[in-house]
Design a protein around this ligand. Structure first.
Ligand SMILES: NC(=O)c1ccc[n+]([C@@H]2O[C@H](COP(=O)([O-])OP(=O)(O)OC[C@H]3O[C@@H](n4cnc5c(N)ncnc54)[C@H](OP(=O)(O)O)[C@@H]3O)[C@@H](O)[C@H]2O)c1
Length: 272
């Protein structure tokens, strides 16, 4: 059986672990963890510290066909690890799927952005993602996929956990009334990534909801779904005008059954 070998960097994190769980029954799947020792006894997991270890060691150990990068950590160390990943990719048949972010467009606030729009960011986080994306764009065609992801929600997401904690502690919940976004959840995102890997897809993908919503409206609707709560909201205005932080698909559209709307994401949240 020709079972692809997959290595997920950051498989102990929220996004990486959701991807691991989605793929592990279908592929020979490995993952890295850093500080979360609960993975230490798991034979599929390897400890990897961006700042101390060379990624080559992990690559040599696993010899993956597919690498999924879902890391956080020190920015210069992330750049160096990805530079080493590029060197491995050109030497082997492996492909890289990189979890990027809608923040690669955060300097453009007047419109949503599409796959082949020029990236420009005002944030250090967005600039880090652009730097790694640019390295990937210099690779030969068919070697990598840039997956631009908006805010990820879901019952077990850190974002929803924080909202629940704030409700329980009577603390205000931050909302951005003039920020227009698209969103996703862990379940649909991982199904989309599974599909892209199965079909050997490469290129740039915008993996968010097909429609847009105001941040404040979205958060309030999610909370209405969680139960009969009346939290205090802290409304944060960063500009006077509406601002978009949204990466929408246009050129690389996924099949209908894999798309998702903001409403479906809201309804997916279960009462506490
Ligand atoms: N969550 C979102 O809404 C969202 C949206 C768009 C894009 N993304 C991207 O998705 C990726 C994963 O995000 P996440 O939300 O899943 O983050 P997370 O839950 O904080 O997970 C981060 C992962 O990186 C690992 N890590 C942290 N420091 C490290 C180090 N020094 N060396 C090696 N590994 C290290 C963590 O390991 P330990 O936990 O074991 O320490 C964990 O596996 C990031 O690249 C992020 O930019 C996330």
């Amino acid at each position: 059986m020709d079972k692809k070998k997959i290595l997920i960097l950051g498989a102990s994190g929220f996004v990486g672990n959701a991807i691991y769980k989605e793929l592990c029954s279908y592929f020979d799947t490995y993952g890295t963890y850093y500080s979360n020792r609960s993975f230490a006894e798991n034979k599929q997991f390897i400890r990897y510290d961006l700042e101390e270890d060379d990624i080559f060691r992990v690559l040599e150990q696993v010899k993956p066909d597919i690498i999924v990068s879902a890391l956080r950590g020190n920015f210069p160390a992330q750049v160096q690890a990805h530079q080493h990943l590029m060197e491995y990719l050109v030497k082997t048949d492996a492909k890289l799927y990189f979890i990027s972010s809608a923040n690669v467009f955060d300097a453009y606030s007047k419109f949503p952005s599409y796959e082949h729009d020029k990236t420009l960011s005002l944030s250090v986080y967005g600039r880090l993602k652009i730097k790694i994306e640019n390295m990937m764009m210099r690779l030969p065609k068919g070697k990598s996929a840039i997956l631009r992801v908006p805010m990820v929600f879901g019952n077990s997401s850190p974002r929803i956990k924080e909202i629940k904690e704030n409700i329980a502690n009577n603390e205000p919940i931050e909302v951005f009334p003039n920020l227009i976004i698209n969103v996703t959840n862990d379940d649909r995102l991982t199904q989309q990534i599974h599909y892209l890997i199965n079909r050997n897809k490469t290129g740039i993908y915008h993996l968010g909801s097909s429609d847009l919503i105001q941040h404040e409206e979205f958060i309030k609707e999610v909370i209405a779904h969680l139960g009969n709560y009346h939290p205090v909201y802290k409304r944060v205005y960063t500009t006077n005008e509406d601002r978009y932080l949204a990466a929408l698909p246009k050129d690389n559209i996924l099949p209908k059954n894999l798309r998702i709307s903001c409403q479906e994401i809201i309804e997916h949240h279960l009462p506490v």
